[in-house]
Design a protein around this ligand. Structure first.
Ligand code: GLU
Length: 429
């Protein structure tokens, strides 16, 4: 039988283990999630019927601090996937040097099928079910796929009711009015943008020569598209779950975002307007977008989109992983052989959790920062950790992905070793 999502995620860690000297005990710890909670959430639908949804929260590790990670709403959510996502959070927080472990949660639901009131009932119901399991010093959720700041606001409000004290620090990615941080909404995209800018500096790129395709046009995809467009990069193609659009001369990103956020699908931004057809905008499929002849491909949607089947057809020189787990291990091997640079998810999309950390710090101190201050702190941290990964990749002749895992392992192992290893207990240390 094939490996499940969690086992596949751990295989990457085992691979990195060959390159760093880490006590075997550290791996042992990381192979087992700290705790898993599985809940059912009964929700009264607007027509009076009752639906029961399955939800999960997995705390993978608290070696470096309280567990941290998002909550997703998606029909495909299952426990193994949530365990893999929680493990990636452990690695991500370690790479960014945040005082956090890793966690993740989710509900198996198609949120687009729910009315706003049903969504609120589901979100509050989920939090009531997991309230004993989370907390500002224990486990701090945040947004992820198909959850957003409004949902985080409902959840914080519900948790506060359950514990009988206002607890903004229990959850991050909240609306500004409920204790959210300036700069959190665009932080995942902004973090990825800083990574790409560092690489561009290394490689002496001229923005206007670089063509970019973005697979997934949610929060992260839109935010990086806007920043790259402002810098003069040519974002030639973007897609969402319904399909994609392409303009070889570069899309008018602010217009595409306007159309998308007005509640329309990406294609309709252009297809409704015949002038745009004259500008040479074509509709393409998501599969076509992934193999376009571009310089940079940004998967910003779901996991496992670049696989052994299509990795040989990818024509980008650089892949910046804004989604979690978009590339399978089989694809990794093919991309490596073909010298395609991959800036891995656990580094490229870490801007989100980094600003979540800033939000948590602000909630706990009561001292709130300006958007400029948040962005500057994010930039500094992303650049430092990007440099740390690059240095390790150079020193050990590793891919960025292997180097990122090695860096995470070193930091996690330092905490594990501080509590003593076999050598200490045998009197050899
Ligand atoms: N869901 C985001 C991620 O996968 C953010 C997590 C957080 O802010 O805690 O990194």
């Amino acid at each position: 039988m094939g490996k499940n999502a969690f086992e596949r995620a751990l295989a990457r860690l085992d691979q990195a283990a060959n390159h760093v000297e880490i006590p075997a005990e550290t791996f042992k710890r990381l192979h087992f999630p700290k705790a898993i909670l599985s809940v059912s959430i009964p929700v009264r639908r607007d027509d009076g019927s009752l639906e029961v949804y399955q939800g999960y929260r997995v705390q993978h590790s608290d070696l470096l601090g309280p567990c941290k990670g998002g909550l997703r709403y998606h029909p495909d959510v299952d426990l193994d996937e949530v365990k893999a996502l929680a493990f990636w959070m452990t690695c991500k927080c370690a790479i960014m040097n945040l005082p956090y472990g890793g966690a993740k949660g989710g509900v198996a639901v198609d949120p687009k099928d729910l009315s706003m009131l049903e969504l609120e009932r589901l979100s509050r119901g989920f939090i009531r079910r997991i309230a004993d399991f989370i907390g500002p010093e224990v486990d701090i959720p945040a947004p992820d796929v198909y959850t957003n700041e409004r949902i985080m606001g409902w959840m914080m409000d519900e948790y506060s009711d359950v514990v009988r004290r206002r607890s903004p620090a229990v959850i991050t990615g909240k609306p500004l009015a409920l204790g959210g941080s300036a700069g959190r909404a665009g932080a995942t995209g902004r973090g990825g943008y800083f990574c790409l800018r560092e690489l561009a500096r290394e490689r002496d790129w001229k923005a206007e020569d670089i063509r970019i395709a973005i697979h997934g046009f949610g929060n992260a995809g839109q935010s990086i598209a806007r920043l790259l467009h402002e810098d003069g990069y040519k974002v030639v193609a973007v897609s969402d779950s319904c399909g994609g659009i392409i303009n070889k001369e570069g899309l008018d990103i602010p217009e595409v975002i306007k159309g998308k956020t007005a509640g329309r699908k990406v294609e309709q931004v252009y297809c409704q307007d015949s002038v745009c057809d004259q500008d040479g905008v074509d509709v393409i499929s998501n599969e076509e977008l992934l193999t376009l002849d571009v310089d940079v491909l940004i998967p910003a949607a779901l996991d496992d989109v670049i696989t052994g089947d299509n990795a040989g057809d990818i024509r980008a020189d650089v892949i910046l992983e804004l989604a979690n787990g978009p590339t399978t291990m089989e694809a990794d091997r093919v991309l490596d052989e073909r010298n395609i640079t991959v800036i891995p998810d656990i580094l490229a999309n870490a801007g989100g959790v980094t600003v979540s950390y800033y939000e948590w710090v602000q909630n706990r101190t009561g001292d709130y920062w300006s958007e400029d201050e948040v962005d500057q702190r994010l930039e500094k941290r992303m650049r430092e950790q990007f440099a740390a990964v690059m240095e390790l990749a150079d020193d050990l002749e590793l891919s960025f992905r292997e180097a990122a895992y090695c860096l995470a392992l070193k930091r996690l192992s330092a905490a594990a070793e501080a509590m003593g290893t076999q050598a200490l207990f045998n009197g050899k240390n």
